[in-house]
Ligand binder design. Structure first.
Ligand SMILES: *Cc1c(COP(=O)(O)O)cnc(C)c1O
Length: 396
């Protein structure tokens, strides 16, 4: 038995929708993209949704439209997929990585407040980082593994300090805080549809906002800076080809129609893992739930109460049993190009580094069977029973 890390859930329904587009002769800028955008905006509860070629391009357009200044700084998390930092590096901005909460693995609002109060000074309306002399302009929280960040305090802090908020909701389609969908808290938010996400278009992303100016600007920039209702060869601003084709959009519409079914199946698999792994709770930290937020299951990640050598050995042993797993996430601030960018002067991020050294993503997809969950859990149990207790006792 070989169990993959993830696997898309595509039915005849999706195949038919895609084939209809192929037969129609209109392969890009057709009716499916508009339908996908309308239905997506309605589901999230924002006025506008703009379909783009990837989650990364959605984030990049968000940074452009917000108007982050080259040389400015953005507060964000290092425990994420690199795209959440790359999106503002493209515009010449710098990251300020603050530490995560060790339980939620999300950016800690307390750390943001401490940094702004003790690590910055106000100069008029500007917030200047004392350590670098650069202006801090925005906060970019990431809903890591589909668990919502604590958005209410983050938005409150942002308002107090005059900072923009861009939400990276690429892992969290379907998640909410007190009934309010992620992606509606920031001025602008990004979702993504790579094949391992809750819904897929192969490649694709969506930018959502309630701000009409941001929506218009992003619509124009994704299509080579064209004016939205004008001559095809009239370009008003610097633009990109970040369009989502009608073929991809048809897949997106069909997946969105099945979203509640897909989210339900993912939740069932997560619950099966929770039950099967709970006897191992002395060696593994399982994903947590929050009382006032509803997680959308993106991946199933456990944290080994041991060290990174044990973790890497475990991944190799699981692989020998036919089980794909991954060290997930490696910390962004330790990637060589980022380390160089920060002039090798980095603040310690103990919670981030500990999580990056001990997290393991287990196989997780909507059609995973109980037998597969059982097989993974038993393999894991056998391996953990062989790791000496002395090592596990050193866990923080
Ligand atoms: C998937 C993902 C993205 C976007 O990825 P693309 O591959 O560009 O669609 C951005 N941020 C996070 C945290 C992600 O997991």
């Amino acid at each position: 038995m070989r169990i993959p890390l993830s696997s898309p859930d595509i039915t005849d329904h999706e195949i038919k929708r895609v084939c209809d587009v192929l037969r129609s002769g209109v392969l890009s800028l057709g009716p499916c993209t508009e339908e996908f955008e309308e239905k997506f905006a309605e589901y999230i509860g924002t006025r506008f949704a703009i379909a783009v070629s990837s989650g990364t391009s959605a984030l990049h357009l968000a940074v452009k439209a917000i108007g982050i200044t080259p040389g400015a700084e953005v507060i964000t998390t290092s425990f994420s997929f690199v795209a959440s930092t790359n999106c503002f590096l493209y515009e010449g901005a710098f990251p300020v990585f603050l530490d995560i909460d060790p339980y939620t693995l999300n950016l800690d609002p307390g750390a943001i407040l401490r940094f702004l109060v003790h690590g910055c000074r106000r100069e008029g309306t500007r917030i200047v980082n004392l350590a670098t002399g650069r202006n801090v302009e925005a906060i970019l929280p990431v809903h890591v593994f589909g668990l919502p960040c604590d958005m209410e305090p983050i938005c409150h802090i942002a308002r107090q300090f005059g900072l923009h908020v861009i939400e990276d909701a690429c892992e969290a389609l379907g998640a909410s805080i007190r009934g309010r969908s992620v992606g509606t808290f920031g001025e602008v938010a990004a979702f993504a549809f790579y094949p391992n996400k809750q819904i897929t278009t192969g490649e694709g992303g969506m930018l959502v906002t309630n701000n009409e100016r941001i929506a218009e600007e992003c619509r124009s920039r994704r299509n080579q800076g064209r004016a939205t209702n004008q001559n095809w060869l009239q370009h008003e601003r610097l633009g990109y080809n970040y369009r989502l084709s009608d073929i991809h959009s048809a897949l997106g519409v069909a997946q969105l129609e099945r979203l509640s079914e897909l989210l339900h199946s993912r939740q069932q698999v997560a619950q099966a893992y929770n039950r099967a792994l709970s006897p191992l709770c002395r060696s593994l930290k399982l994903p947590i739930d929050l009382p006032d937020a509803s997680r959308s299951w993106f991946v199933y990640v456990v944290q080994l109460l041991g060290n990174s050598a044990d973790r890497d050995k475990l991944i190799a042993e699981l692989n020998a049993d036919g089980i794909s797993s991954k060290a997930y996430f490696p910390a962004i601030h330790l990637q060589p190009y980022i380390y160089d960018l920060l002039a090798k002067k980095r603040e310690p991020l103990p919670n981030t580094e500990h999580a990056a050294a001990t997290c393991i993503a287990l196989p997780f997809f909507s059609r995973m069977t109980d037998a597969q969950v059982e097989y993974v859990s038993q393999s894991l149990g056998r391996m953990l029973s062989r790791i000496p207790a002395r090592v596990l006792a050193t866990a923080s």
